[in-house]
Each structure stands twice: as C-alpha cells, then as structure tokens.
Design a binder for this molecule. Structure first.
Ligand SMILES: NC(=O)c1ccc[n+]([C@@H]2O[C@H](COP(=O)([O-])OP(=O)(O)OC[C@H]3O[C@@H](n4cnc5c(N)ncnc54)[C@H](OP(=O)(O)O)[C@@H]3O)[C@@H](O)[C@H]2O)c1
Length: 351
C-alpha cells in the first residue's frame, strides 16, 4: 500500500522540506494550511507547479484545516485516511509567545490533543503520529540536553510544547498509538521565517548590501543555540516514524554557538566587521531567557542512523547567499559592494 502522509504546517519551513522529502520517496502527501487574508504558500509554490491537482492521481494536495478546529481535522482525516501524520503546525516563535500566550497554548498544546484524539476516533491506532517537540522544553536546564534531561520551559511556547510532548506519550501509553516525539533543536534554512534571529541577520545583511538599511538591531547576543539545517532535520523526522517502535528522540548537531558568533560569521563572509553594523536593544530581550542549548543526539544516531550533513558555517553561508541572490547579488558582487560600506554604528553605542 502506498504510504499516505498528512502534514500540518505544510506551508512552514519544515513542512515544505518534509513534503519534498516524502514526495521523493513516493508518498501521497496531503498538507493542511489555515486560512490567511493573503496567500502565503511561497515555500510550496514550486510543488504546486510540479503537481497538477486537477489530476485525480495527483500525489500532492493542500486542504484548509486548523489546529484550533477539531471538525476540520476530523474532515481531513476521514477524507484522506493517512497512514502517517506529521504535526508540524504551531505558533512557532518563542518571543511572540509572550505576547500571545493564550493562543500559543491553544494551537501548540490543545492543538496536538485535538489531532491525537481525532486520529484515535477516526483512524484507529495503526496511524503513526509525529509531534514536533522542541528543545525550548529544556529551557533553563543546563546543557548538554538529552532525552533524559528535565524540562524547565522559560516561555509560553516551551510550556505548551512540553504539554504536547506529554500528551503524545500519554496517547502512546493509554491507547497503544504509535505516537512519537522529535525533540528538535533550532534548525534554519533559506526558508526560515524572517523574524527568527538567524534569518533576520542574513536577510538584513542582504538589505545593507542593497543600501536599503544601514544596521541590524538585535537583542541577547549571548544566547547559545545548537543550529542545524532544516533539510537534514526532516530526514530525522521521517526516520522517527519509520522506527520499529514509537519513541522520543533528540535531534541536534551537538555544537553550540552564540548569536554573536552567528552574526560575526555572517558579516565575515563579506569581509565586514559585525560591530560596525549591529546595535543592541533591550526591545528584543525576553521576560525569561533560555541561556544555552546543546543537544545530545546520540540516541538518534544509534537507533535511527541519522546524522546532520550541514555544519554551522555552511548553513550561515547558504542562508546569506540565498538572501543576496533574492536581491540580485552573487557572493562575489556583495564582497565588492561591501568594501564601499562605511560603519553605521558609532563606537559609543556599542555594548
Ligand atoms: N525550526 C525550529 O528551530 C524548530 C525547533 C523545534 C521545534 N520546532 C517546531 O517544529 C514545527 C515546524 O517548525 P517551522 O520552523 O517549520 O515553523 P513555521 O515555519 O513557523 O511553520 C509552522 C506552520 O504552522 C502553521 N500553523 C500555525 N498555527 C496553525 C493552526 N492553528 N492551524 C494550522 N496551521 C497552523 C503556520 O501557518 P501560518 O503560516 O498560517 O502561520 C506555519 O505554516 C513547529 O511546530 C515548531 O514549533 C521548530
């Protein structure tokens, strides 16, 4: 029987890479997206162009549904009859979760419950379920963090993800469902949302080169993160659902870097000193910070045979090159342009 994957959050960063990954393996893929006032399918428009959804045999379709609407989830489950469900949909921004705590909890904690409960009632226990859990659940727990590290979430986002993690395990234990958690550390790509710090850095550098802006404003430069490439991580996500039994896995590179190191490296690719273009503001600081994340993914390496391919420097350059290309610059052209830039952040404003 052909595997049939339902992906929530298909228009997001990971959803788009996972859809590509599963289609390349011969899956029939159904994505769900929620209604927005303006189309935001840029990350999957190339898939719409590849597959003609007027064809009854088309392997890729997208349906409207919402994690806050059980009936919409039940409709799509009944109609599509998936063999695997990947729950990637979330309000995925930690900082914004402090401003939108209630809706973050609704989407990120009750949402997975609605989906698990609907799968149990509509499809039964044979469907395999993946929950997009997060290293933010570890919060203030010191690094390195593994599957055995206690959760100490520092944000509504982290607390909601921890609730969803336990609800996933609960469905595994109580109802015998194949329900697994991937505890993914930060992962980025040229498709990362513009308000996440890595993409904000590479996108704004491309704007500085284009002459649109003269600096980047950042918050906490000391935060340490374990940054991998989303394209590598969707392979781990798939492997988690192919494992012989439902289980929980940390997915990480095992390397940690500060935000300062990321921004310094991105500017250095163009021969620039980051301190000439970065100002620090308290505006982006959070009520509670997660100081350091560093994942121990030895269980995933051992049991799933997974390991990341793209390292920190390559990831940073890939994102910068993509943002420069979107503004019509090659890396070499940007390096030439960079030589004519004057520092925009006066020494006195540096912290
Ligand atoms: N990227 C990371 O570093 C990382 C690390 C650990 C865990 N995760 C988790 O992994 C998942 C994928 O991350 P990502 O980076 O791909 O995030 P993303 O780009 O923000 O994608 C999340 C998707 O969820 C959709 N969504 C939000 N609320 C929804 C709702 N009520 N109903 C249906 N869809 C909804 C969003 O749609 P809209 O575009 O309409 O908002 C978006 O397409 C998320 O659950 C995230 O929390 C990510």
């Amino acid at each position: 029987m052909t595997a049939r994957a339902l992906i929530t959050g298909v228009v997001g960063q990971d959803g788009s890479y996972l859809a590509e990954h599963l289609l390349s393996k011969g899956y029939i893929v159904r994505g769900i997206t929620r209604r927005a006032s303006y189309p935001h399918t840029q990350r999957i428009d190339h898939l719409f162009a590849m597959y003609d959804d007027r064809d009854p045999e088309c392997p890729f379709r997208v349906t409207y549904a919402d994690l806050t609407d059980s009936s919409s989830l039940q409709n799509v489950l009944l109609d599509f009859q998936p063999t695997e469900v990947y729950n990637l949909a979330a309000q995925s921004h930690v900082g914004i979760s402090f401003d939108t705590g209630e809706s973050t909890l609704d989407i990120n904690a009750i949402g997975p419950f609605r989906l698990l409960d609907s799968i149990r009632r509509v499809c039964g226990p044979d469907v395999r379920f993946y929950q997009a859990s997060s290293s933010e659940m570890f919060g203030a727990s010191p690094p390195p963090q593994s599957e055995l590290t206690p959760f100490l979430p520092q944000s509504p986002y982290g607390a909601a993800k921890a609730a969803a993690y336990y609800l996933t395990r609960m469905h595994r234990v109580a109802y015998g469902m194949f329900a697994a958690n991937g505890i993914l550390f930060n992962h980025e790509s040229p498709r990362r949302g513009l308000n996440f710090v890595t993409r904000k850095i590479t996108y704004t550098i491309a704007r500085i080169i284009a002459g649109d802006v003269d600096r980047i404003e950042l918050g906490n430069l000391d935060a340490k993160r374990d940054w991998g490439f989303s394209g590598d991580y969707v392979d781990a996500i798939w492997r988690i659902l192919q494992h012989t039994e439902a289980d929980d896995f940390v997915v990480a590179t095992g390397e940690t870097h500060t935000v300062r190191e990321f921004v310094a490296h991105a500017f250095s690719i163009l021969g620039l000193d980051w301190e000439d273009f970065v100002s620090v503001t308290d505006r982006f600081k959070r009520p509670a910070e997660v100081p350091a994340l560093l994942g121990d993914a030895s269980k995933a390496r051992r049991l799933l045979g997974w390991q990341p391919k793209v390292g920190f420097a390559e990831l940073c350059q890939m994102m910068l090159e993509s943002d420069l290309a979107a503004r019509g610059h090659t890396l070499d052209e940007a390096r030439v342009q960079a030589k004519s830039l004057r520092p925009s952040v006066p020494r006195v404003r540096r912290k």
